[in-house]
Design a protein around this ligand. Structure first.
Ligand code: ZN
Length: 269
């Protein structure tokens, strides 16, 4: 498997909270969840969390016989053990989506936890693998955020109300599951396998990239893979930014930020 990737922060005001890595057998994308400026109980921050979780995932999944869920649970345990001085029971503890694609003996294994999708370019078209459970919770608060233009106090306050409410249902049976401080979240990830035969390429993305298709409707998956093939991950992210620049305050496409952190790992065989 050949993996090339790029990741770019959504703006200059905040650090990039996405993380990406590739190896001959693995492509991993993590998308740290926004804290909306609220407390987290952790002095390290989201960029530290995703970098450490990602590093432990690479190590845990180097053994191809180890199931992806088991490797994720182990990596979550190890990150938690790295900062015991922080309050890991805080509902705002750093957390992230997880998307993993692993090539193992002619088979592609996948794991997704929350809304960073994997798209396979195969003989029967494009297969989108995504965990959209987060979209089913708190629809009224989400709609309230989207009723405001970005960069307004109304937007900022609505986003804080949404994030506070999300924290109450995150990693509970009533809500949705993300990687945070406890290993049991791994058991709630969506997993599966696909024979590699006939798969031409794959893209593992944060939603900051996939929204070009799913939210903005400004490209098809066919367009996305054509851009990846000709210009690579950087050009795809540039396309997302150019699209967002036509709607800087989120009137046409209501959203949480003018530009979200954007990451894509492009895998070829
Ligand atoms: Zn910490």
């Amino acid at each position: 498997m050949r993996v090339c990737f790029d990741t770019q922060g959504g703006g200059t005001a905040n650090p990039n909270e996405d993380w990406v890595a590739g190896s001959p057998t693995l492509a991993i994308v993590l998308d740290g969840l926004s804290t909306a400026g609220l407390s987290t109980g952790c002095r390290h921050g989201v960029p530290w969390y995703v970098a450490n979780l990602g590093g432990h995932l690479l190590a845990a999944l180097a053994d191809l016989d180890r199931p992806l869920t088991e490797g994720l649970a182990d990596a979550l345990d190890r990150v938690a053990a790295t900062h015991p001085e922080c309050d890991l029971s805080d509902p705002g503890t750093p957390s992230a989506t997880v998307a993993i694609l692993r090539h193992k003996h002619g088979v592609l294994e996948h794991l997704v936890l929350a809304d960073s999708p994997i798209v396979l370019d195969g003989p029967e078209g494009y297969t989108v693998i995504s965990d959209l459970r987060v979209d089913d919770v708190l629809p009224e608060l989400r709609a309230e955020v989207e009723s405001h233009q970005t960069h307004t106090s109304g937007h900022r306050e609505a986003l804080q109300r949404l994030v506070l409410a999300q924290r109450q249902v995150r990693n509970t049976p009533e809500g949705y599951w993300v990687a945070a401080s406890r290993p049991e979240a791994a058991q709630h990830a969506l997993t599966g396998t696909t024979p590699l035969r006939g798969i031409r390429s794959a893209a593992v993305m944060s939603d900051g990239v996939s929204r070009l298709v799913t939210e903005y409707g400004m490209a098809t998956w066919s367009d996305v893979f054509a851009t990846l093939q000709t210009g690579g991950p950087s050009e795809l992210i540039e396309t997302v930014r150019k699209t967002e620049a036509t709607d800087p305050t989120g009137i046409r496409w209501p959203r949480y930020k003018s530009g979200d952190d954007a990451t894509v790992a492009y895998c070829q065989w």
